[in-house]
Every structure is written in structure tokens, then in C-alpha cells.
Design a protein around this ligand. Structure first.
Ligand code: B16
Ligand code: MG
Length: 220
């Protein structure tokens, strides 16, 4: 194990509620509609544009290209506005310790988030220096569940994806790690049973158990 590829939302900090609140507000304003909770799970880890398409399909609404771009931009404004007070206090439990432990064991660390706000959020959390690389989601062809962002993150570390673990909280994200050929570490419930190893919460994540999971996978 040489590299650790981290998802952001749901693993490092919990911005999912802000994403979904912004989508709900957008849809209420423009279409006077409400979104069911299950759409939060369906848009987790999914790019801004793909999330908007999922929401429009659910509402059975078609919009022009221009309107689509304007809606995506407005959602982002609403979302970024809610991030204003984000700070070190918003780092999920166990993550700061894990990042330090990985570094002490010589493991390189990269961000593999679908979010174009990733660098801004890491800065707000005071974690920019903990990362050796940040994969740019604007430069990849296909979002999660495609493996592209995890492949880009491993490439940015100059490490083979086979020598990396990926840490994810979303269904699409775990699928993406598996397709990339890295060892998938899921953080969540049974919906992540396709992960090579699953932890219930970020507090349960630790270097020794992650390393064991990596070794067990490579023994098989
Ligand atoms: P943005 P992750 C994902 O982050 C979120 O889970 C998802 O809800 C969001 O649509 C996506 O980032 C894009 O974010 O609009 O900020 O570019 O889980 O991949 O870290
Ligand atoms: Mg996530």
C-alpha cells in the first residue's frame, strides 16, 4: 500500500446536507416542487451536471442547454454560500488522525472528489497541506461510478492504482474505486457491501485496519 485516495463529501467533511439543501431550494424556486430523501443518496458522489440531470428526470422536466447551465450555476452559488462558515471543526471524526498516521507511514495522499469546490473546501478545513495531490474533476471524461477520478488521483501521485486504497461513502464512489483496481474502503451501511472493506463511520477508520484490508485483498 503506497497511496490513499480520499473522497471528500461524506468522508472528510459532511457537505452532503448542504448539497441537497441547495438542490431542494433550487427546485422549489424554479419548479415549485419537492425532492424525496432518496434523491440525496442518488446524487451523492455524482457530479453537479449528472446530479441535475437525475433531478430533472425525476421531475420529468426538460430544459434548454442554456437553462441547464444556469440552473447548475445557481445551485453552486447557493451551495458555496452555505460553506462560508466551514472550519476545522467540520472535519469528520477520526480523519485528522488518519491523515497524520498515513503520512507517518509514508503513504501518499490524494483527493479524488467529484466536487469542483474541493480545493476551496480543503482550504476552509485547514487540510490543504495534508494532501500530496488533488485530482481535477473538470479534466476527467466520466464521473463516478466511472473510475476516472480515482485513476487521475493515483496518476497525480505517480503510484499505480493497484497500490492504492480508495475511501468512499457513496455507492457510485465505491463502484468507481473497484473499477480503478484500487482496494475500496466504504464508510457507511449495507448499501456499500460492494466495498472490499466497510467501516460504519469515519471514527472507525484507522491505518492498521486499512492496511490489513489492503493485505487481505492482495492475498486473494
Ligand atoms: P460540486 P464527493 C460530490 O463530492 C458530492 O457528493 C455530490 O453531491 C456533488 O454533486 C459533487 O461532489 C459535485 O460537487 O457541485 O461542488 O462540483 O462525494 O465526490 O467528494
Ligand atoms: Mg462522498
Amino acid at each position: 500500500m503506497k497511496g490513499a485516495l480520499f473522497d471528500l463529501d461524506g468522508v472528510i467533511t459532511d457537505t452532503a446536507i448542504y448539497h441537497f439543501a441547495a438542490w431542494c431550494q433550487l427546485v422549489k424556486t424554479h419548479f415549485d416542487a419537492d425532492l424525496p430523501d432518496e434523491l440525496e443518496e442518488k446524487t451523492k458522489g455524482v457530479s453537479r451536471e449528472d446530479s441535475l440531470q437525475i433531478i430533472l428526470d425525476y421531475l420529468d422536466i426538460k430544459v434548454s442547454k442554456e437553462k441547464f447551465a444556469a440552473l447548475a450555476a445557481e445551485k453552486n452559488q447557493l451551495y458555496v454560500h452555505t460553506l462560508e462558515n466551514l472550519s476545522q471543526n467540520d472535519i469528520l471524526p477520526g480523519i485528522s488522525e488518519l491523515l497524520i498516521d498515513l503520512k507517518q507511514h509514508g503513504i501518499k495522499i490524494a483527493l479524488a472528489s467529484a466536487s469542483k469546490n474541493g480545493p476551496f473546501i480543503l482550504k476552509k478545513l485547514g487540510l490543504t497541506n495534508s494532501f500530496d495531490a488533488i485530482a481535477d474533476p473538470a479534466k476527467i471524461t466520466s464521473g463516478k461510478p466511472a473510475p476516472d477520478i480515482f485513476l487521475a488521483a493515483a496518476f497525480a501521485l505517480a503510484i499505480s492504482p493497484y497500490d492504492c486504497v480508495g475511501i468512499e461513502d457513496s455507492i457510485a464512489g465505491v463502484t468507481a474505486i473497484n473499477k480503478a483496481g484500487s482496494v475500496s474502503i466504504g464508510v457507511g451501511e449495507d448499501e456499500l457491501n460492494h466495498a472490499n472493506k466497510r467501516f460504519k463511520t469515519t471514527s472507525d477508520l484507522n491505518y492498521q485496519d486499512i492496511k490489513k484490508a489492503w493485505q487481505a485483498y492482495h492475498r486473494n
